[in-house]
Design a protein around this ligand. Structure first.
Ligand code: KIV
Length: 277
């Protein structure tokens, strides 16, 4: 069913059932107005830890806290009625143990109203994903380029090339076997993304992966051209909001300095105008 025709948000099981069907549409969101703009068009809205870079000016996602994710999750939830909301678990909130992951994921679910959490990692996170799913927390996996691990991966490199393909396939299988309802594949060769998509029983959601994935996700500020510090190759800009915002602000500044703003129509008379009956 298209997001527009839907009356209520899908559940993780509905997303899982979309394997091999019409591609799933997903974007990140961090605020109520942006969530409202995408609610009728997206199946899944991810409150991504990319919020740290695109809204808070952090150099990576590593400085994002659980409190930040909860604050933005609550804001996004207020803007959604048709799309399913997933909230990212930030760096340091789940890697230590399945128990730590459960404690923090349960807080995210209870305080934001999310339908599921997303966490990064394959084989090493299998036990944690299973622990969460068995205790009522739906999990979306994330393998390939996992930005929370840039310091051990050596930067934002394409993952799974050449001999590394087998490890990536093992990661994706581990996530699926642990009970995740979908998995994000980030920055992997297209042919490998197609292999993983054919291999897994759960939907793959690509970002820098392949049009053959079961769905696609982008960071909303990237695709709207609102985040302009850099543009990954896999991003298509559908608008240039950053440039439009700067041009509008430049015009406002010029009008203020020239005393052209505010105009007559923006001012209030001393006497209140008579009410029309
Ligand atoms: O944080 C994020 O925005 C993400 C997407 C890029 C998948 O994890």
């Amino acid at each position: 069913m298209s997001a527009t025709a839907r009356k209520s948000a899908p559940l993780p099981e509905d997303i899982r059932a979309r394997k091999g069907g019409v591609p799933l549409v997903s974007l990140t969101a961090y605020t109520t107005p942006m969530a409202q703009a995408m609610d009728a068009h997206c199946d899944v809205v991810l409150v991504g830890d990319s919020v740290g870079m695109v809204l808070h000016g952090l150099p990576s996602t590593l400085g994002v806290t659980l409190e930040m994710m909860i604050l933005h999750g609550r804001a996004v939830k207020r803007g959604l009625s048709k799309a399913m909301m997933v909230v990212d678990m930030p760096f340091g909130s789940y890697e230590e143990s399945p128990q730590q992951a459960f404690r923090n994921a349960a807080r995210v679910m209870a305080e934001t109203g999310a339908a599921a959490v997303k966490l990064e990692g394959g084989v090493t996170m299998q036990e944690t994903i299973r622990f969460l799913v068995q205790r009522g927390i739906p999990v979306m996996g994330h393998v390939g380029l996992t930005p929370q691990s840039i310091n051990t991966l050596g930067g934002y490199k394409v993952q799974g090339r050449g001999a590394a393909a087998d490890a990536l396939i093992a990661d994706a299988r581990a996530v699926s076997e642990a009970g995740a309802f979908a998995v994000v594949l980030e920055k992997v060769p297209a042919a490998l993304a197609d292999r993983v998509t054919a291999d897994l029983p759960i939907p793959t959601i690509g970002i820098g992966a392949s049009a053959g994935c079961d769905g696609q996700i982008l960071v909303v500020d990237d695709m709207l051209g609102a985040f302009t510090a850099f543009k990954p190759k896999f991003v298509k800009r559908y608008a240039a909001l950053g440039h439009q915002a700067e041009a509008a602000i430049e015009e406002y500044a010029a009008e203020v300095r020239a005393r052209e703003f505010p105009g007559e129509e923006h001012l209030f008379a001393e006497e209140a105008p008579e009410k029309k009956t």
